[in-house]
Design a protein around this ligand. Sequence first.
Ligand SMILES: [Zn+2]
Ligand SMILES: [Zn+2]
Ligand SMILES: [Zn+2]
Length: 341
Amino acid sequence: MSQLRWDPLLQEWVTYAPQRQERTFLPPAEWCPLCPTKPGGFPTEVPRASYEIVVFENRFPSYTLDAPVPDEVGSELTPTAPGRGICEVVLYSANHNSTLAQMEERRIRQLVEVLADRYRELGAPEVVKYVFIFENKGEAIGVTLHHPHGQIYAYPFIPSRPARELRAAQAYRETHPGQCLHCSLLSQEQRDGRRMVVEGEHFAAFVPFFAHFPYEMHIYAKRCAPSIMHLERAERQDLAHVLKQVLVSYDALWNMSLPYMMVMHQAPTDEEDYEGVAHFHVEFYPPNRTREKLKYLAGSETGAGAFIVDVMPEEAVAQLRAAHERAKASSTEGASNAFQG
Ligand SMILES: [Zn+2]
Ligand SMILES: [Zn+2]
Ligand SMILES: [Zn+2]
């Protein structure tokens, strides 16, 4: 079972989940556990002939609600805690060879609805302090199953990356009364205009001025909504629209299905008030720095926390905008699904 150990140097929890070593590693497509169960075939995670979107608890979870108090008690300096929480898998489609980028906007809209529902439900137990929605896509990211899916981790703590953002937003609000750091960043990008990629009615996608990955993009809600659950109908619709535009632009960049990590940052579920501090947004970190070459998190990034980036954000955005134009042109020709896999 999972246990947490406190790192007093980095001031963050590290989770140990040795049971995950047993998990399925890249099975052949005909043995995919995320495909629908075929009549007379081996039983998959979904005992149905087909499905649209399915959510279920991860069979190899990093956190479970009943994780016991660890035998290893640690010390005052380095305490331990049970790895209590919930891990879910979200299947985007029954089609094994599809990707989120290839899905219709209608399906992505449904997904937004499902994610808002999961955020509400997983955030409800008292032990859950943060609901983290993410997708790892592509073998370059270490994906063990190719079937299009995302994941949700309901953590018993606020993980250090969003915690750091929240602290920054809190401090900004103290020096700029009534203002949200994310709202200020978005309006700065909109005024500048050079790094904007997609402008929807309620969401905007841009390459941040300080991108850590060469082709990083962020999607911000234009209204200061603390979480996906707080988005209104028209905003959910537009989030699906802007997500689709970002995804097809990524695939059009080098005419290949681009690997990425997609993460959602939003309000913790620890009962504190995050109005004007947490601001719902999505961040994409593709690992590629060229079509063939990957950016590795090496000594400077991992050991010093200092990112060195090979591509200027303004250069990346020019390529991404051109890719977006190509994607739009090819979708009007009805060839948006030209590249498979
Ligand atoms: Zn599959
Ligand atoms: Zn805001
Ligand atoms: Zn963020």
